[in-house]
Design a binder for this molecule. Structure first.
Ligand code: FE
Length: 347
């Protein structure tokens, strides 16, 4: 090699170094379907130089993919939008042990999956309530202010709800099974199914629109879909929201059902340190704002305040009673709930 070629080779090697350092990539398997999360990921990349390579699927799709990929899975971080699916990922051995004082300090214990004997936790990053929306001209609030009343004959032919076996409903029904016991929960599911205005179809937003259009009078939906329509720039959405009211059920008893969106480190992650760094970032005040507030959810990290007028308006400044039951119980009830749904013919 000539002296000139050597100098060239050395300078090329030096030039390659920073780009190698920037090549670090984190593979994120995400069930979050919210465009506001984009800023979150690019901020993380700016701050750390770690690129995010995202694979989108729903909760069940992600768990199935992890299972199929096995030890060869490139996944580093898993984000799911349902506590029961996080529970399932944990018990099916899809997650890796994590020890992070940052996460333990930031996230209250009730929003974390219990750490297994192997030291495998999952972490909640935001919460959403499963609320009732009703036609304020045709329905009395006191007829829909508990989940139990949704199964009462007085609400026959009035209710719109998405598929019974969607994770949001499986978790709500799993929680109800915990509160009522299995026999009463099955009667409740039968009553609810008997009260439907139409066969289940569409997502939560479609149920709210069903009330606004008069096809039904009562809908069950996650809170963020309500807030999103309240904040929508589409005049039709705003007109729809003029016709409806929101109730947080069971304020006089066990409280409104809360679900959790959260994450864990993938079992076969090749970059566990970067994966933990990303989860720690999600618990930071800045990220909590994008992650939770951006999608009209409540942040879970200690000391993080939400300032979201739509959420505040619908929940009485966030001052509502939320259910407090062990999340693993909701997760463990899923199989039972699916069997009950099959028995009562609730698709
Ligand atoms: Fe959703």
């Amino acid at each position: 090699m000539t002296r000139k070629a050597l100098v060239l080779a050395l300078s090329l090697a030096a030039a390659a170094l920073p780009s190698l350092a920037q090549e670090q990539v984190l593979n994120l398997y995400s069930a979050r379907h919210y465009s506001t999360d984009e800023a979150l990921y690019s901020n993380f990349t700016t701050a750390t130089g770690i690129k995010i390579n995202r694979v989108d699927a729903d909760d069940a799709g992600i768990l199935a993919r992890l299972k199929a990929e096995g030890a060869a899975s490139p996944a580093d971080v898993i984000l799911l939008v349902d506590a029961a699916r996080l529970y399932k990922g944990q018990v099916d051995g899809m997650f890796k042990p994590v020890k992070s004082k940052v996460l333990e300090d930031a996230i209250p214990a009730q929003y974390r999956g219990p750490t297994t004997a192997e030291g495998i936790p999952w972490f909640g990053f935001s919460t959403r309530a499963r609320v009732v929306v009703y036609d304020k001209a045709r329905v009395k609030r006191e007829d829909v202010d508990t989940y139990e009343e949704l199964a009462d004959p007085k609400n026959k032919g009035r209710i719109c709800i998405r598929s019974g076996s969607h994770p949001y409903n499986l978790s709500l029904f799993g929680a109800l099974t915990e509160h009522l016991g299995e026999a009463k929960a099955q009667d409740w599911l039968k009553g609810l199914h008997g009260n439907l205005a139409r066969d289940p179809k569409g997502g939560d937003t479609d149920q709210i629109k069903g009330v606004a259009s008069g096809e039904c009078q009562i809908a069950v939906t996650n809170s963020y879909y309500v807030a999103r329509m309240m904040r929508s720039s589409n005049p039709q959405d705003r007109a729809a929201m003029e016709k409806v009211s929101v109730v947080f059920p069971n304020q006089q008893s066990w409280g409104t059902h809360l679900n959790i969106a959260g994450g864990a480190v993938a079992k076969n992650s090749k970059n566990p340190a970067a994966a933990v760094r990303f989860l720690e970032y999600l618990a930071s005040p800045e990220a909590q704002n994008y992650f939770a507030n951006g999608n009209n959810e409540w942040p879970v990290a200690k000391g993080v305040k939400v300032s979201n007028p739509a959420l505040q308006a619908m929940s009485g400044n966030g001052d509502f009673k939320a259910e407090t039951i062990p999340l693993q119980a909701v997760g463990a009830n899923q199989v039972k709930v699916q069997q009950m749904l099959d028995r009562v013919g609730f698709k």
